[in-house]
Design a protein around this ligand. Structure first.
Ligand SMILES: Nc1ncnc2c1ncn2[C@@H]1O[C@H](COP(=O)(O)OP(=O)(O)O)[C@@H](O)[C@H]1O
Ligand SMILES: [Mg+2]
Length: 250
C-alpha cells in the first residue's frame, strides 16, 4: 500500500531570488488522486519538482517547510533515492527520448525500480494499459503522436512500479478524446495498482472529474482546498477555472 505524502509550509526560491513558493501545504492520502489547480506561474510544477528532488537541477532550493512520505523526510534524499522510494515524476512536456525506441525508453526506467523485476513482466504491464505502445515498441519515440508520447511517459513511470506518480499537465496539447482515454487509464492504474497520484492540470474540468480532493494555489501558496465535489460547486472555481459565468444564467 502506498504511503501518504505530506507537505507543510513549503517555501522555494530559485537562483536565491525568485520566490516561487511561499507557503504551500497539501496532503495526498495513500491511494488517492489529488489535484493541484492554479494559473500559469502559480507554482504547480515547482511543487512537483520539490517532491521529486529536481529543484537543484534548476538552481532552486527549499528554504522552509517539510515534505514527508510515510513520515520519512524527502528533503534529505537525492532524486535517485526518491524515485527508488516509490515516487515517480512525469514531467511537463513528456520528455521522452526521441531517438530511442519505445522499448528503449521503457528500459531506461528500469534503473528507477524499487525492486528488480523481470523486464518482460514490467513491459507486459505497460502494454496491458497502453496496447498501442506494444504495436509501436520498435519505433522511435520522436515519431509517436502527442497522445502516444504521453502514454509512453506514464508507461516509463509504470516500469518503476511506483507508489505515487506526480503528473504534470498530462492533457497539455492533446485532443479531448485522447485526454479522456488517457485519464481513464490513469484512473485504472490508481484503482488497480493503488498508485496515488498528485495531478497538476490546467484543464480543471478533467482534473476535478478524476481527482477526489483538490488544492488551488496562487502565487506560491495554497488558498483553497476541498473535495472535488465541493470545489466544482464553488463560485470562484466555476468562474476562474471552469469558465462558468454566473451572469450567463440570467
Ligand atoms: N527554473 C526556474 N528558474 C527561475 N524561475 C523559475 C524556474 N521555474 C519556475 N520559475 C518561476 O517560479 C514561478 C512558479 O513557476 P512554476 O512552478 O513553473 O508554475 P506553474 O507550473 O504553476 O505554471 C514562476 O514565477 C516561474 O517563473
Ligand atoms: Mg507548470
Amino acid at each position: 500500500m502506498a504511503a501518504a505524502l505530506e507537505i507543510k509550509d513549503l517555501a522555494v526560491v530559485y537562483q536565491g531570488a525568485i520566490h516561487a513558493l511561499t507557503n504551500l501545504s497539501l496532503n495526498v492520502p495513500a491511494g488517492t488522486i489529488v489535484t493541484l489547480l492554479g494559473a500559469n506561474g502559480a507554482g504547480k510544477s515547482t511543487t512537483l519538482k520539490a517532491i521529486s528532488g529536481f529543484l537543484p537541477l534548476e538552481d532552486g532550493r527549499v528554504t522552509h517547510g517539510s515534505i514527508t512520505i510515510g513520515g520519512q523526510d524527502m528533503l534529505k534524499l537525492a532524486p535517485h533515492m526518491i524515485v527508488r522510494r516509490g515516487v515517480f515524476h512525469v514531467r511537463e512536456g513528456r520528455h521522452v527520448f526521441a531517438e530511442m525506441t519505445v522499448e528503449e525508453n521503457l528500459i531506461a526506467s528500469t534503473f528507477a525500480q524499487r525492486k528488480p523485476r523481470p523486464r518482460k513482466e514490467a513491459f507486459d504491464e505497460v502494454y496491458n494499459y497502453f496496447p498501442i505502445l506494444s504495436q509501436r515498441r520498435h519505433q522511435a519515440a520522436g515519431y509517436l503522436s502527442g497522445g502516444e508520447q504521453q502514454m509512453l511517459a506514464i508507461g516509463r513511470a509504470l516500469v518503476a512500479d511506483p507508489e505515487m506518480i506526480l503528473l504534470d499537465e498530462p492533457s497539455l496539447g492533446l485532443a479531448p478524446l485522447i485526454v479522456k482515454d488517457i485519464f481513464e487509464i490513469i484512473a485504472r492504474i490508481n484503482r488497480e495498482k493503488k498508485v496515488s497520484m498528485l495531478l497538476v492540470e490546467q484543464n480543471a474540468v478533467i482534473a476535478l472529474r478524476y481527482a477526489s480532493y483538490g488544492y488551488v494555489i496562487e502565487n506560491g501558496s495554497t488558498v483553497l482546498e476541498g473535495s472535488t465535489q465541493d470545489l466544482s460547486a464553488n463560485q470562484d472555481i466555476q468562474k476562474f477555472y471552469l469558465g462558468v459565468d454566473a451572469s450567463d444564467a440570467a
